[in-house]
Design a protein around this ligand. Sequence first.
Ligand code: HEM
Ligand code: CU
Length: 549
Amino acid sequence: MIVDRVEPRENYLNADYGIKSWLLTTDHKRIALLYLVSVTLFFFVGGVFAVLIRLELLTPQGDLVQAETYNKLFTMHGVTMIFFFLIPAIPAVLGNFLVPLMIGARDLAFPRLNLASWYFFILGGLIAIWAILAGGVDTGWTFYTPYSSSYSTTYVAVTILGIFLSGFSSIFTGLNFIVTIHRMRAPGLTWFRLPLFIWSLYATSVIIVLGTPVVAITLLLVAVERILRVGIFDPALGGDPLLFQHLFWFYSHPAVYIMVLPAMGVISELVATFSRKNIFGYRFVAFASVAIAVLGFLVWAHHMFVAGLSVYGAMIFSFLSYFVAVPSAIKVFNWTATLYKGSISYQTPMLYAFGFIGLFTIGGVTGLFLASLGIDVHVTDTYFVVAHFHYIMVGGTIMAYLGGLHYWWPKISGRMYPEGWAKLGALVIFIGFNLTFFPQFVLGYLGMPRRYYAYPDEFQVLNVMSSAGASILGVGYLLPMIYLIWSMRYGPRASSNPWPATGLEWRTPSPPPTENFKETPVVTWEPYEFRPREEMEVIGKLNINDESG
Ligand code: HEM
Ligand SMILES: [Cu+2]
């Protein structure tokens, strides 16, 4: 076995010391870590609300909190999880860290804009948290009018300001990625040699840049109506509440793809590396990302089937919703075809990838149920919908985020995480997740409405299962937080390419130096060109957990 000796050397982590060097950094890798810390914090805040929700629903009577408090709990859970965790998690943490490394660039195109983006995010997040501490919001994360614009007495305008600012953060990051991917690819790195994660971030950035301004302005209008009493959405003032829903979902349906496309990109990387094969139908998978980005803008009104669409309107949106499922299905089929006859190794990131594929498929198929008018009318605003979107967002996006975090952890931290603990964590999360959310499909099918703080006795057993699952899930999420922090100090040192994978990010030391590459790499190979396993064994590159250093 060849052991690369790792001499103490300068890297992006030890290049400079002190809080100030972090808060004023323009290094994309350090900014990624700033995001990592901040989204973890928000995940924690959102998680606390989730625990309280599940505690309240442990019993049929509303005996833990009042109805008003409950409304605030699910609203604040949704707001923090969606706007301050799910949307930024993969693009801002993994994307920021990896885009320049994967395309062989020194940094993003606009490093200072990148830092500004983090400040907007933090400012928005702190304002939202301030709104929570001041008394909270109770409108639901969708802010439906006229309740949000005229009737709610809670901190709606402040929360909206927080979301508005974090929207700028998204837009800056999206612009930065688009320009960087166009302009800064290493020589030889043609579009069809790009890693699929880059393709997915590119498509995501397009959605962000086109969609985010719409929601930002919509929410701003709610604040304007609230504060100035100008009639926009409130019929009592001469406005139109359906207009709000159209504008809101015109962003927020595509926003589900802001959350899930990057996740799909991560999964493509994991599936390729851990089955040691090029992704089957690479170009189809790449174009599927772009197709999703475009088609995602055509289906928003499937959230409004019971809001008063014309029958023909509803039929068209139902049809289009089926249509947008096609590119997602293509990806799932192509990952499966990649696994076929692959040389699969069951490392932790791959376990998360398997989790993603299974859970996302359940989420996607139940999305098709919702897209068919007859079923949707029955299960709208029931726990079926809650189960559906948690399978997509938690079973999908968070699984991919954790899988990606483990996969790139050696690159980020320069250390290996403990494989045994990590496998245990992935298992606990998978079990806890399914126990939490699967019963909710049944509850919704039986007619339990969402957003109620009490329910008839016959729903209790399923709710207890769900609450029990949530506590297991909570433990599951704590495990990686603990052992990843532990590994930063005590983990074995990682070699530059511990998996061994093919991307450019693995051709620079772990952790990388501030400038990423000593000299600009020149790409002469096709994407995911793996050497046969036997060859790797001969040259000693296949010791996944080797303690080099
Ligand atoms: C790709 C990732 C997806 C995510 C993250 C996601 C997320 C969500 C969310 C958050 C809601 C709830 C909205 C609310 O609060 O009322 C929802 C509802 C819905 N989703 Fe998805 N979804 C995804 C995929 C899909 C797909 C592929 C389809 C159909 C092809 C679909 C169809 C629907 C429909 C029709 C509703 C409305 C249910 C109702 O009437 O209340 N979703 N989804
Ligand atoms: Cu939608």
